[in-house]
Design a binder for this molecule. Structure first.
Ligand code: C5P
Length: 230
């Protein structure tokens, strides 16, 4: 498992201070809506300046018509990030357009599809997708796999079943990780590091339990130690 930290703090300065305190660790940094909308490409460049071996996951969850998604994917590839994501519900044609467009890039970013947001409970999910989270997440994962994506974003609880339905190499990234059982916040399907490991999650994403801690650096090091010993 490779830890991915959500940089969701209120300012670039605070996010960069957190990244700076962790510069000796070659971990994944998740840049989401808040940071990217506010701070853009200079923020990505600043992270790489702190540590060129930080891996950057641009979490913009693309959802649009296929051509617009392919255009956006190409611009994301030019940013030099290591991973980004789209919504699986954009469909197979959009997935294929994105992967076709990236095929000319020698070193393209990994592409994941969001299956079900980890903030959904069953009732809210069903009111939109008309199926259970588990069933629909597997369906979306198979579609993503068949269209050449590298993996999916899912809760820890769907990860193993998704691998069984696709391939062990098909990547799973799971937000809603509460390493030591911390407060769930708005997340509905949360898991500890042990659960994520048992469910074969490749990338556990941790946000608030790190940046709301009194000592984020110590917390990250504690998490890395647990992961090493799993
Ligand atoms: O603070 P917390 O650990 O809950 O952070 C989870 C992060 O993962 C947030 O940045 C959230 O936007 C993101 N995310 C999510 N569920 C998804 C995809 C991304 O919570 N399905």
């Amino acid at each position: 498992m490779e830890l991915c930290i959500a940089l969701d703090l209120p300012s670039a300065q605070e996010n960069l201070a957190l990244a700076n305190s962790l510069k000796e660790h070659n971990i994944w940094m998740k840049v989401g809506f808040r940071a990217y909308i506010r701070d853009g490409k200079p923020f990505i460049d600043a992270l790489k300046e702190i540590n060129p071996d930080f891996k950057i996951f641009l979490d913009l969850k693309l959802y649009d018509i296929p051509n617009t998604m392919a255009d956006a994917a190409e611009e994301i590839a030019k940013l030099g990030v290591d991973m980004f994501n789209i919504h699986a519900s954009a469909g197979a044609v959009a997935m294929k357009s994105v992967m076709d467009r990236l095929s000319s890039y020698k070193k393209r970013p990994l592409v994941l599809a969001v299956t079900a947001l980890t903030s959904f409970d069953e009732a809210n999910f069903k009111s939109i997708y008309e199926k259970s989270i588990n069933e629909k997440a597997k369906e979306f994962a198979k579609m993503s796999y068949e269209n050449g994506l590298d993996g999916v974003v899912c809760s820890s609880f769907e990860s193993r079943e998704i691998k069984n339905a696709t391939s062990n190499e098909f990547l799973t990234l799971s937000p809603g990780i509460r390493p030591f059982g911390e407060d769930a916040g708005d997340q509905q399907r949360v898991a500890t590091l042990e659960v994520a490991h048992n469910e074969a999650v490749d990338y556990p994403v941790v946000g608030r339990p790190i940046y709301k801690d009194k000592n984020p650096k110590a917390k990250v090091e504690q998490i890395l130690e647990v992961i090493k010993n799993l």
